[in-house]
Design a protein around this ligand. Sequence first.
Ligand code: UDP
Ligand code: MG
Length: 311
Amino acid sequence: MTSIASLSSDPIPDEKLTILVPCFNEQCVIAELHSRLMTIVDGLRVPTEVLYINDGSQDRTAAIIDQFSQDPRVKSLHLSRNFGKEAAMRAGINAVESGAVIIMDSDLQDPPELIPLMVQEWLKGYEIVNMQRRSRRCDSWAKRTAARLYYATMDQLIDDFEIPQQVSDFRLIGPHARAAIRAMDDNAGVLKLLVSWLGYPSTEVNYDRTARQAGRTKWNTLSLLDLCADSILAFSTRPLRMYSYLSVTSFLIGSLWVVAAATFGELTHEHLLVQSILLLCLGTAVIGEYVGRVLKVVSPRPNALHKRKHP
Ligand code: UDP
Ligand code: MG
């Protein structure tokens, strides 16, 4: 691994770097993260800020990050309630007006010591530096299986652009990519896919994602299902196309059935009825999901709001 010292001869870019850290109820781990993170920031030759995004925490996270922000290089942004990590990351990107950003988790699963390496890749000219897991050994069986299914599904349904496998949300987004994402609507799509959709020069760096150092994960199977549905609905209309093919095939089979029944007079029409009902339900579900997505996109509400101070 490249050490911080060996990077000190790198040219200093005009741009700055902001490290975005979404946090939700992370009072147990945030102090350790901060101390390790600031040691790294001190060694970087790129002007760097840290922005903690408090995603509606109910523990002492808000107070702790406010205390960190006495350091002029550290800022805190409080959301009005818990909106979820995706919205928190996007709120962070929206708050940064120039330079590159790095997004990292607050539970030390994304080692801050890898930041110099990410910066080095950026300085080589990559706009996106994805951190790719070497293995998922520290994840539960359920999470590993769900992740495998997620990538397999995306591979089947999205072929307009390459989706790097097993990348986490730990990534560097260069100034151009950050500006492009910021100019888009909040509902432009799941960040993990949006950065690939941009088509900007990108690279993957392998890393070992460590276990959460303290506190509890907020992940559950439902969050993965939500991510999967949001990813498909935002980036692929293939389910609609597949449904159209299915309807046509079903219509043809149904017509043959009717002709056969009329000719031989022995076949019952029950199967046809069941088939039509199933098709109707499936059609309503598929189209309903897309209508829901359209409603979300045209909604005048942003994905997250900043907290207002009590008078
Ligand atoms: N997080 C957040 N809002 C949420 C859930 C999580 O900002 O609603 C943050 C959390 O504090 C952590 C990161 O997202 O910094 C990853 O969360 P977690 O460790 O629970 O997920 P996992 O790593 O288990 O997938
Ligand atoms: Mg975690």
